[in-house]
Design a protein around this ligand. Sequence first.
Ligand code: FAD
Length: 302
Amino acid sequence: PFDVLVIGGGPAGASAAIYAARKGIRTGIVAQRFGGQVRDTMAIENFISVKQTEGPKLAAALEDHVREYDVDIMCPQRVKSIEKKDIFLIELENGAILKSKTVIIATGARWRNVNVPGEAEFKNKGVAYCPHCDGPLYKGKRVAVIGGGNSGIEAAIDLAGVVDHVTVMEFMPELKADLVLQERLYSLPNVTVLKNVQTKEITGDSKVNGITYVERDTGIEKHIDLEGVFVQIGLVPNTEWLEDFLERNPMGEIPVDKYNATKIPGLFAAGDCTDSPNKQIIISMGSGANAALGAFDYLIRN
Ligand code: FAD
């Protein structure tokens, strides 16, 4: 069996695998797609000490770094289920069963899409999901934020300090965000809030040039010229495959303690699939390292 099996090959999984392998213990990593969300990213400017890089480049560097070590890499392979007998049994979709004394879950998350024409086409060409990551790319430009929950309103407040103008678009007749966030939002001079509107299309040529929406009470269709659209309707953790094996919070995230340990002894989790409040590359890498050290500590005590 493995001493540590890492599930997921994004920043959290890569970091966990390297930290585990450096302890000289038997380490494996199973990933559907090495690099994870990083592969879908263009400019990365907040991975500290690397001023500017691109997603595919960083993803390749992650894999390269893991390959420097004695890590058994199983990719592309998808994990189907997990159970614990005396050790963990991990079933892959191809039917193989892997055995490991400890497991680090690092299966990440995905942004919920609005699923309107233009969204997929203009991803990274005006359609963005992460205000901390891409906000500065829209300096002095006009953007829309789709979604009036906490993440949408936080994004709008954040972006209003960077961009020229922000239009918030909420499907329901009222914003769902906390009142203090709404008050802060309404105090800003360069924000317009549209409620009870349905996004119809993100328009553009080589990149985004506007957004078309329908006023739900009147049925009237309107169009705004702008350069960016931030979709903020939720981040969904890739934890469905865990089913009843492990308790998750109402958002589907895995609760972890300060060692990145879950409630099940020997089972750890790291990165965007956990209840960590902020989801970023550098944070995922830190938690992956922490989980691997937690797993090592567990192994030497058991
Ligand atoms: P992920 O990157 O999601 O990786 C998950 C891994 O698990 C993948 O290898 C996946 O294939 C695998 N996996 C999932 N399910 C299974 C399964 N059942 N079996 C096997 N493998 C599985 N952050 C920044 O810090 N700066 C940025 O500029 C930035 N820009 C971004 C731009 C975009 C468009 C997106 C989508 C995200 C951006 N982020 C950015 C966020 C950052 O990418 C994530 O926080 C980070 O990738 C999370 O790392 P992770 O390892 O936890 O998960």
